[in-house]
Write a protein that binds this ligand. Structure first.
Ligand code: ADP
Length: 217
C-alpha cells in the first residue's frame, strides 16, 4: 500500500478513531488539536501530534499543511471552527479535505467552502445498522448508486458444496459474484467451477432489491 501523509484535525472520539486506524495501517498521521490534553492522549496513536488552533492561517502554515495528501477535519460541535478550518485548508491548496458534518445544513456549508468529501458519521452509522438488521447475512457493502450495491453476503447453508455454475446465481437471483471470501482470503473473479463451502462469503453486485432477496434466503 502506498504511504500517504494524513493530517487529522480535532482529536475527539471520531478523529482519534480515524487517526488510529490510519496509523495502524502504516500511514503517516499528524494529529492536531487546540486542546493540550487531547494532544497528549493522542500521542501513542499517531506519528506526530501538535497543539494548534486550525482557524489561524499561520498555525496551519507552520505545520506545513499544504504538504499533506489528505486532511480530515473532525472538529465536532464547534461548527464555526470546522467551516473556517475547511475554508483555510482549501485556500492553502490542500488537495483532499474530508470533513465531518453534524447535520445537513453544516454539510452544505462545508461543501460550499470546498470540502471534497463530507461525512455524516451518525447518519451513516444509523443506515448501516438498519441495513444490517434488514439483511442479517450481509456483512459489508459499498453503495454504487441509489439503485446498485456491491455486498458481501454469507451464503445460505443450502448452497454449500455446489459450484458457482451449479448455483447459477446470475440467472436465478439476478446478481453476479465478483469474488469469494474464504477464511479471510479473497478469490477474485472466481471460476464457474469454484466449489462454494459453508461459511464462504460471496461478494455480489446487483440491485439493492435483488441483493436483499439473496441475503434473506
Ligand atoms: P467527537 O464527537 O468526535 O468526540 P468533539 O467535538 O468532542 O468530537 O471533538 C472535536 C475536537 O476538535 C476536540 O478535541 C476539540 O478540542 C477540537 N477542536 C475544536 N476546535 C478546534 C480548533 N479550532 N483547532 C483545533 N482543534 C479544535
Amino acid at each position: 500500500m502506498a504511504i500517504r501523509q494524513y493530517a487529522v484535525i480535532g482529536l475527539g472520539r471520531f478523529g482519534i478513531s480515524v487517526a488510529q486506524r490510519l496509523h495502524e495501517a502504516g500511514q503517516e498521521v499528524l494529529g492536531i488539536d487546540i486542546n493540550e490534553e487531547r494532544v497528549e492522549e493522542a500521542e501513542s496513536f499517531v506519528t506526530h501530534a501538535v497543539i494548534a488552533d486550525t482557524t489561524e492561517e499561520d498555525a496551519l502554515k507552520s505545520v506545513g499543511i499544504s504538504n499533506f495528501d489528505r486532511v480530515i477535519v473532525a472538529i465536532g460541535n464547534d461548527m464555526q471552527s470546522s467551516i473556517l478550518t475547511v475554508l483555510l485548508l482549501k485556500e492553502l491548496g490542500v488537495k483532499k479535505v474530508i470533513a465531518k458534518a453534524l447535520d445537513k445544513h453544516h454539510g452544505k456549508v462545508l461543501e460550499k467552502v470546498g470540502a471534497d468529501w463530507v461525512i455524516y458519521p451518525e447518519k451513516d452509522m444509523g443506515e448501516r445498522v438498519a441495513n444490517q438488521l434488514l439483511s442479517p447475512n450481509m456483512l459489508n457493502y459499498i453503495e454504487l448508486s441509489h439503485e446498485y450495491n456491491i455486498e458481501e453476503i454469507l451464503i445460505p447453508e443450502s448452497m454449500a458444496e455446489n459450484s458457482l455454475r451449479e448455483l447459477d446465481i446470475r440467472a436465478k437471483y439476478n446478481v453476479s459474484a465478483i469474488a469469494v471470501v474464504r477464511d479471510g482470503n479473497v478469490i477474485i473473479s472466481p471460476s464457474p467451477n469454484e466449489i462454494i463451502h459453508k461459511g464462504d462469503m460471496l461478494v455480489l453486485i446487483g440491485s439493492r432489491e435483488d441483493l436483499s432477496d439473496f441475503s434473506n434466503l
